[in-house]
Write a protein that binds this ligand. Structure first.
Ligand code: PNS
Length: 165
């Protein structure tokens, strides 16, 4: 069985993330979307909230699982039997950091391969931070996140202070 892991903060998930999940689900038998619990960033949404948002957004797929992980990604890969990591790349500016992580993961676990999927052009500008900033100042999230997540994200982001974006 070909299993891939798509790791990230997903704080919150965006249509860009969901596009990567959709395309990965067609390439692998199983895709595990793994939400990092011990990020050095201080997240806006709790891990449970981020998992619930993802579960709501990807409920139509029978080969996509959502879960959380802590510690090193390679340890999570070993546990799940996955050897492929999916990463979305929006621009050249993403590449340097992602390349460094891919090489680090390879050094720690030589069986791992990182697969970079380019962002679909309509989502190249999109990030979780952009979503939170638009929501924070009352802009429309239509087209940026699934419609059924908009009220939940708006509700949380309207209450956050500027330095928590
Ligand atoms: O959505 P993000 O914040 O860009 O995701 C980053 C993530 C979760 C993929 C990355 O921070 C990660 O894999 N963290 C786990 C710790 C680890 O294994 N780091 C790689 C070696 S430096």
């Amino acid at each position: 069985m070909r299993i891939a892991v798509y790791p990230g903060s997903f704080d919150p998930c965006t249509n860009g993330h969901l596009d990567i999940i959709d395309r990965s689900s067609k390439l692998f038998d199983k895709v595990i979307v793994a939400v990092l619990t011990n990020s050095s960033k201080s997240p806006t949404f709790t891990v449970d909230e981020r998992i619930n948002l993802l579960k709501t957004a990807v409920c139509g797929y029978n080969n996509v699982e959502i879960c959380s992980f802590s510690g090193l990604l390679v340890d999570f890969l070993r546990k799940t039997g996955a050897t492929v990591v999916i990463k979305g790349i929006r621009a050249v500016s993403d590449f340097e950091y992602e390349f460094q992580m891919a090489l680090t993961n390879k050094a720690l676990y030589p069986a791992v391969e990182t697969l970079f999927l380019h962002a679909t052009s309509e989502y190249m500008f999109l990030s979780s931070s952009v979503v939170k900033e638009v929501a924070r100042y009352g802009g429309s999230l239509k087209g940026l996140v699934p419609e059924n997540l908009i009220p939940i994200i708006n509700n949380r982001c309207s209450n956050i202070v500027d330095n928590k974006l």
